[in-house]
Design a binder for this molecule. Sequence first.
Ligand SMILES: [Zn+2]
Length: 257
Amino acid sequence: MMSSIFYGVVVFLIGLAVGSFLNVVIYRIPRGENIAFPASHCPKCGHNLKWYHNIPLFSWLFLGGKCAFCKEPISKRYPLVEFINALIWLVVYLKVGFNIEALFIAMTFSALLALSAIDFEYFAVPDSVNFFALATALLASISKSFMNGDWHYAINAFIASAVTAGGLWLLAKIISLISKKEAMGGADVIVAGTMGAMLGLSHFFVAIFLSSILAIIPSLKAKDTMVPFVPFLALATFIVFLYDKDVDKLLMWIMNG
Ligand SMILES: [Zn+2]
């Protein structure tokens, strides 16, 4: 009991630190900047941050959401991404355990969180983060196979990933042939591949259905403006991952009348 609380706290703190790194990714990758150099600095005044200005979540709270040097407000996105990511890592640990599979699953959802934030701001997602999510999702299935000595997990994940990505690619081709417009980007195809690897085929379709429902209200509110779809795909993927047993029951109930 004590050790699981200890691990939970450790995982939460690692999640905060990874969330802090995600903020760097979210800010720098769309700008084409290096994610390792230079050191963290205020985007407004360019002042380099001291280590105690850079503690996830807490620094933002202590500084009252303002830069320590120029007092410009710092976006709430920073503490929000850190906190959400820490929760994701904690939940994945509670569901999967303290092992290599959980690590790769948590990394996949972190990458999806970064993609969601970037899509939200720029209506486009960078290939590097997108392919990273696909790679870690597939590595999670390989890890599960290693841990259980059963290659079915990895084989099923690779097949589901190929079918979902390939299926969406084909669908996009057909729609763009008929409508003579570019229907979906290659980015959506990669996200679908990641979802397929994480969820398997039947749960992938549940997640797609759920993401459409989640996107209805924001789409109606936005009217003519674009609505980023990756955040809804990511959220639906996380919900279906979390409630996989209930999704199984739901699918059984639908198929058996
Ligand atoms: Zn500043």
